[in-house]
Design a protein around this ligand. Structure first.
Ligand code: GLU
Length: 510
């Protein structure tokens, strides 16, 4: 029988979710949607030493911002609740004990000192420092101690761990959807700890037990988990769950822009882009790391950008909304090779999605930002400014700075124009032009241009010598939207005011 597709994102709340993790969540989500399956969020917090307060809330907030809907898991519940491993603690012990009973795992009582001594000894003989089929026979565990002694130690609450008992030499093979066949020898692996006497399972055991109980069909996760996969495959086999073992898909690493090495927070700091979806304040140091959201990225742009870091569609199309990605996404088109982060591409995506946003929505976003900067602007005016400026920026939050002159009259003027182009005929022309503007009934870009041109020919002046001075007179700057559209949005009174001020203040050059 075909099983219903069920995938999970299973982060450990050890800090802010990296964008690589967001991409893993996104690919899981797309895969679930594409296959009419379920997307689960499970929190893997068995390692209490690495728990960071706020990290789980951060993940949930990220999903909300990106619009990734959780079908089952923390915050939404579901038939396999609870979905936080620390609340499932009572579940795991029986599986560890089942493995011991089946001779697939064993109790180990070694102290830290004994473990260190074992490693040192092996290293000194140039052997791999592993707890494995060879070295375990000289350690303190239920394979070397008598049955009575093991019982005594357990009854006396002596600290122990349960380790998997790997065969000395066996081949582990499994098929990875992205990487094909993966073959590993157990002689390369070690007897990993599955359970600790504090009652907590380790990642490996909890992860396998939960994937089994939650009926997960596909494990889609980062490449850094590939070395753990052979152990997981053996656990499925030893627990008798081989027939429902999920399919594995290990995603390529997210690489630094230049391509060598994993994308780190330091790369982001150096090159000026966030590596976290949301701003994060480290609860112990207070250090702030920037986030895509606070930097002004649109969630649609972040989703589209991340979807392309390691995956590509059938054709050359680049813009995909979340719903379109559902249609297109397949694991077969995920690449094996690491995906280089590309800042220019991230900016390009944001620019594209900004153009698709309505001016009204952008205005709503900018209003608090403007008032924070003590700039007052009527919403209708702001909407018109956005209409002229959005094609010139990658982020909405660049508009108040790049289009400063829409909100504040200039008090300095571009020097290249002042010193070279503000000839004696310029103020004469501008004065005449502003007088004509006073009589205009329609203050529209066409009339403004018309008036400008006819005045130029009337005064026998070259329009080309007057455009830049006119622009600088009203905005102080050289760049910007088409000049007559700029004048229209500024409005009659403001334009006349600014032109008068420019005529009065800018000295004629010789
Ligand atoms: N808890 C692991 C993590 O932090 C989950 C890995 C997996 O998906 O199996 O990424």
């Amino acid at each position: 029988m075909e099983r219903r597709v069920r995938v999970r994102f299973a982060p450990s709340p050890t800090g802010p979710l990296h964008i690589g993790g967001v991409r893993t969540a996104l690919y899981n989500y797309l895969f679930a949607r594409k296959n009419d399956g379920d997307f689960l969020l499970r929190i893997e917090d068995t390692d209490q030493n690495r728990f960071v307060p706020g990290a789980e809330e951060y993940i949930i907030e990220t999903f909300k911002w990106l619009g990734l809907k959780i079908d089952e898991g923390v915050t939404v519940g579901g038939p396999h609740a609870p979905y936080r491993q620390s609340e499932r603690q009572h579940i795991y012990r029986q599986y560890a004990e089942q493995l011991v009973a089946d001779d697939k795992a064993y109790y180990a009582f070694d102290t830290t000192e004994e473990l260190d001594a074992m490693r040192e000894k092996l290293e000194a003989s140039k052997l791999p420092a592993k707890y494995d089929a060879a070295s375990r026979m000289s350690m303190k565990n239920s394979l070397t101690l008598s049955e009575d002694e093991v019982k005594e130690r357990l009854a006396g609450n002596q600290p122990y761990v349960i380790r998997i008992k790997l065969p000395r030499k066996e081949e582990v093979r499994f098929h990875d959807v992205i990487r094909g066949w993966v073959v590993v020898q157990t002689s390369q692996m070690d007897d990993k700890v599955l359970f600790k006497s504090d009652g907590m399972p380790t990642y490996h055991l909890a992860n396998i037990v939960d994937d089994y109980l939650m009926k997960i069909t596909h494990v889609i996760r980062g490449e850094e988990w590939l070395p753990s996969a052979p152990l997981h495959v053996l656990l499925y086999k030893y627990l008798g769950w081989e027939d429902v073992m999920p399919q594995f898909a290990h995603l390529p690493l997210l690489l630094k822009p230049e391509g060598n090495g994993k994308l780190s927070k330091r790369d982001g700091d150096k090159l000026g882009f966030p590596v976290f979806p949301l701003e994060w304040k480290d609860p112990s140091t207070g250090e702030i790391s920037s986030g895509y959201r606070e930097s002004g990225y649109l969630p649609e742009a972040v989703i589209n950008m991340l979807s392309f870091l390691g995956w590509h569609p059938k054709d050359n199309r680049e813009l995909f909304g979340l719903n379109e990605l559902f249609e297109e996404f397949t694991l077969e088109r995920v690449s094996k090779n690491g995906a280089k982060f590309d800042l220019n591409k991230a900016l390009w995506f944001n620019h594209q999605y900004l153009q698709m946003q309505s001016n009204e929505d952008i205005a709503q976003y900018l209003i608090p930002l403007l008032s924070h900067n003590k700039i007052e602007a009527e919403t209708n005016y702001l909407i018109k400014v956005i209409g002229l400026m959005k094609s010139k920026v990658n982020f909405a939050n660049e508009i108040p700075e790049k289009g400063k002159y829409f909100f504040i009259a200039p008090n300095s003027y571009d020097q290249s124009v002042v010193q070279k182009k503000w000839k004696d005929f310029v103020p004469v022309f501008i004065e005449a032009y502003l007088n004509k503007l006073k009589n205009l009934t329609e203050f529209k870009n066409e009339e403004l241009e018309e008036t400008f041109k006819s005045l130029c020919s009337e005064m026998n002046l070259n329009a080309g010598h007057l455009m830049q001075p006119l622009r600088v007179a009203v905005s102080g700057e050289l760049g910007g939207p088409p000049i007559f559209e700029l004048l229209e949005v500024l409005g009659k009174d403001e334009v006349i005011d600014r032109l008068q001020k420019a005529v009065k203040n800018i000295p004629v050059c010789t």
